[in-house]
Design a protein around this ligand. Structure first.
Ligand code: SF4
Length: 436
């Protein structure tokens, strides 16, 4: 088996590349150049599962990921399948299974069989969960356990994996010197630090990175280089520990590409609004333009219950500054395992952020959507407005639940609808606007 990078290097264009090029208004050769330069990834493992062709990176529409998955405290196959359906229904581009307890492999296979979205995982979660089941402690996982979980997940058809290979002992020293308030909030980062400290060893994913790349190349899995030291609160943002890890991630991304493995870089987290642009620029520079995948970022720490909004504010700014891929955040972030409705709200919020960013970035066709909506609003074409909404169900429910049958406008101004009055006085009737 070969990888997309190796095929493109040999001048072979794949159907997935052609499909992404068409969807993103790029030519296949332009897109192939960006993939070869490491600026775009098209995550799709080669295990025979049908994967919707999705490009992430420079010049492309900003993509949205939804995290689902069970925990050791709450495991329900039915609930996770419901969340998967909610993510797909709300328009997520990709999904990640972050299960860390119960039947992790069983659930992953069920979810994989139920979706064609590019599918991601964090293998250390399963390795830690297996170690805990076996011996009662996550630190009993071995280096071989980690690689064997990667291989098993790749064989199941996973398309991209978060690997915390940049959290080295040197970065850990920086962390200890920083005196952060929250130290480490990444689950994978915490597992890795516990293992490194307990065994007094270097990060096994870092030491065995070549072996890891051999497995990922065999299955054409894209590596998403995780930021185990991402800041978990605004006060910890943009410190030496975060950037020490980022420098390593940039080096590992290059090493991955050289091995024929597509790579992207993960980023924060919690970041003050004024530091987001610099964070994106730094990541892009250090990783030579690799796709940048941010979690949020959340722009304040004080809105539990509304963190889909704090993340969407940060996501819009990060996307406008060049981030390529937004990991959604749900209203239940920091409070509990999300339910299907939380997933739906999280995806919608991140899609709004991504679209706003695409307009700012000048992504082809992004503004056209808003122009069509403006024309529909001007012509008081309610069905068209609802159909064009990012969430037609909610828009339709609000309009239809409050409308008055006698007036062309909505129940906000009724007969005094500005759109209607101005159209009449300018000699244009509502519904006759050109292009509506
Ligand atoms: S009634 Fe008011 S809010 Fe509703 S469409 Fe007309 S101007 Fe807009």
């Amino acid at each position: 088996m070969t990888t997309l990078l190796k095929l493109l290097a040999g001048g072979v264009t794949t159907p997935a590349l052609a499909e992404v090029a068409q969807a993103e208004s790029a030519t296949a050769s332009e897109l192939a150049e960006r993939v070869l330069a490491g600026k775009v990834v098209i995550p799709a493992g080669n295990c025979g599962r049908h994967v919707r062709a999705t490009g992430i990176g420079a010049g492309l529409r900003t993509k949205v990921n939804a995290n689902i998955g069970a925990s050791s405290e709450f495991f329900s196959e039915e609930a996770e399948l419901e969340k998967l359906a909610a993510a797909a229904g709300a328009g997520a581009d990709t999904v990640m299974d972050l299960s860390s307890g119960g039947g992790v492999a069983f659930l992953r296979r069920r979810l994989l069989a139920a979706t064609s979205m590019p599918f991601g995982t964090v293998p250390i979660y399963e390795a830690a969960s297996l170690a805990r089941d076996r011996s009662g402690s996550i630190v009993s996982m071995t280096r071989d356990d980690l690689l064997s979980v990667v291989e098993s997940q790749a064989g199941d058809g996973v398309d991209f994996m978060t690997i915390h290979a940049g959290l080295t002992r040197s970065a850990l020293e920086q962390l200890e010197a920083e005196g952060r308030i929250m130290d480490v909030v990444s689950r994978g980062g915490a597992f890795m630090i516990a293992w490194m400290v307990h065994h007094d060893r270097e990060n096994p994913f870092y030491e065995d990175f070549d072996l890891l790349l051999d497995i990922l190349a065999r299955f054409d899995v894209t590596v998403s280089l995780g930021d185990g030291l991402r800041p978990g609160c605004l006060a910890d943002a943009s410190d030496r520990a975060q950037f020490a890890e980022l420098v390593t991630l940039g080096n590992l991304a290059r090493q991955a590409r050289e091995a024929g493995v597509q790579a992207m870089i993960e980023g924060p987290g919690h970041v003050p609004l004024g530091e987001i642009e610099a964070n994106v620029q730094m990541a892009k520079k250090l990783a030579e333009g690799a796709p940048f995948y941010v979690l949020g970022p959340l722009v304040t720490d004080v809105a539990p219950g509304y963190d889909h909004i704090t993340a969407a504010i940060g996501g819009a700014l990060a996307g406008a500054a060049g981030a390529d891929y937004l990991c959604y955040v749900t209203p239940s972030e920091h409070l509990g395992l999300p339910k299907a409705e939380d997933v739906r709200l999280g995806v919608i919020a991140s899609r709004i952020a991504a679209h706003a960013a695409d307009i700012a970035k000048g992504v082809s066709g992004a503004l056209d959507w808003d122009v069509r909506m403006a024309a529909a609003r001007k012509s008081l074409d309610w069905q068209k407005q609802i159909n064009l909404s990012i969430d037609p169900v909610t828009a339709g429910a609000i309009y239809n639940g409050r409308r008055s049958a006698d007036v062309p406008g909505c129940s906000m101004c009724g007969e005094l609808c500005a759109m209607k009055i101005v159209s009449e006085h300018l000699g244009i009737k509502a519904g006759e606007i050109s292009g509506c």
